[in-house]
Ligand binder design. Structure first.
Ligand code: CO
Length: 219
């Protein structure tokens, strides 16, 4: 019994390695310089901040190739101003890769946003969801005016994406690049799990006016 169980588990993860070999072979068959070219340099024009949800893979849903999108994912595609991981990705993308666009992409039916709208405790993740609860508190009237739970969740998901785009604009990293290089443009999108379509819900082009409360004057 134990051996059989082990065998099945091995096959499951081994399949990934086998599929990887096949994929790499197909890439080289299509374009023999593919990996040597990519190994030398990456020049993505986009930073993608998305949800960790396995159904929302940044490159698959945008039909982009390796090298085209720099990706950061976390639960509910949050831009939290004390998150060293996100800030490190942001700084590298903006200052070294010099991306032209940053996309915050949420998705309808997001479990993270849904959890934050309940009063359940989920342990450690409560700390992360707190950031979404704060968004809910700010927009509670607009969200709660909608008749169904699904509509309220979808509205919160759109509003959350917009708030995270605005959080990007509140960073000195983005403000400095806006001032000195007139980029990146910021985009808020929401992906539909049911139809595969991305809904653009918010845009903040470089040097858009933002709340002076968050504006740095010495960058
Ligand atoms: Co999600």
């Amino acid at each position: 019994m134990f051996n059989n169980y082990t065998r099945v588990k091995m096959n499951e993860y081994e399949k990934l390695l086998i599929d990887n070999r096949e994929w790499a072979n197909r890439q080289v068959a299509k374009d023999c310089d593919f990996f040597t070219r990519l190994a030398g340099i990456q020049t993505p024009e986009f930073l993608w901040i998305g949800c960790s949800d396995s159904r929302v893979p940044a490159d698959r849903i945008t039909a982009t190739q390796p090298g085209e999108i720099f990706v950061h994912r976390n639960i509910a595609n949050m831009v939290v101003h004390t998150d060293l991981n996100m800030l490190s990705v942001l700084q590298y993308a903006v200052e070294v890769l010099k991306v032209k666009h940053i996309i915050v992409c949420g998705h309808y039916g997001c479990g993270g946003v849904n959890a934050a709208m309940t009063q359940h405790s989920f342990g450690i993740i409560n700390k992360w969801l707190r950031n979404i609860k704060d968004v809910y508190r700010l927009h509670k009237d607009e969200v709660d005016s909608l008749p169904t739970e699904e509509e309220r969740l979808d509205k919160m998901i759109e509003i959350n994406v917009k708030e995270q785009v605005m959080n990007l604009a509140k960073t000195s990293i983005v403000q400095s690049a806006w001032k000195h290089d007139n980029r990146p443009d910021l985009h808020g999108w929401v992906y539909g799990l049911k139809n595969g379509i991305i809904n653009p819900v918010f845009e903040l082009p470089a040097n858009s006016p933002i709340d002076p409360f968050y504006l740095y004057d010495n960058l």
